[in-house]
Design a protein around this ligand. Structure first.
Ligand SMILES: Cc1cc2nc3c(=O)[nH]c(=O)nc-3n(C[C@H](O)[C@H](O)[C@H](O)COP(=O)(O)O)c2cc1C
Length: 183
């Protein structure tokens, strides 16, 4: 049976390139994994005063991560860092104290950026966050960095048009699936 992967996307834009990238990955992923998007746009900003009486959205996302075999974190680079939306979800799922749902899930990282580097700074920040004691996820060494968003990586239909990016994404998802199979 396919390992179930919770996919968290750090953009709610209707025209999100991050969402288009995940759609592409869902099509090309090996049969050993299934990519399931977990909606995080409706999460209220994390507030520890809500730990005792959490909003339904907190509980839904925490449970989705708890039930997953692995996690794919997808974020656009925003001003040299990860998007606030993905950081908020990371914080929500890491709490209440001692009840983090992240720990031990094999993680994959995908970043997007307008520039050629494809948001590599955001990807590197995610990797550091994944190593934190309340997150503590074994993280696949190879991250996907999708760049050139406004210069030919996607076509007008929202499909991946760049052969180089398509190859990189195929290599990434194959190696992530292999990584997940070890757990
Ligand atoms: C507030 C903001 C800051 C951004 N900062 C960066 C950046 O530091 N580096 C970069 O490569 N692209 C940057 N971008 C471009 C985004 O990575 C690009 O718009 C991407 O499409 C956003 O992902 P999305 O389409 O899934 O929302 C920024 C965009 C916004 C809205």
């Amino acid at each position: 049976m396919a390992k179930q992967i919770a996919v968290l996307i750090g953009s709610s834009s209707a025209t999100s390139f991050s969402k288009l990238t995940v759609k592409h990955l869902q099509k090309i992923a090996p049969a050993s994994i299934q990519l399931n998007i977990v909606e995080i746009a409706d999460l209220p900003l994390y507030d520890r005063d809500l730990d005792e009486n959490s909003p339904a959205a907190y509980t839904r996302v925490r449970e989705a991560v708890a039930n997953a075999d692995g996690v794919l974190l997808v974020t656009p680079e925003h001003n040299g860092g990860i998007s606030a939306m993905i950081k908020n979800a990371i914080d929500v799922v890491s709490r209440p104290m001692g009840q983090s749902k992240w720990i031990g899930k094999p993680a994959g990282i995908v970043s997007l950026g307008a520039g050629a580097s494809g948001g590599v700074r955001a990807a590197d920040q995610l990797r550091i966050i994944c190593s934190g004691s309340f997150i503590n996820m074994p993280t696949a060494p190879f991250a996907a960095n999708v760049g050139g968003l406004f210069s030919g990586t996607f076509n007008e239909q929202g499909e991946v048009a760049s052969t180089a990016v398509a190859e990189m994404l195929q290599n990434f998802i194959n190696s992530y699936a292999q990584f997940v199979s070890r757990f």
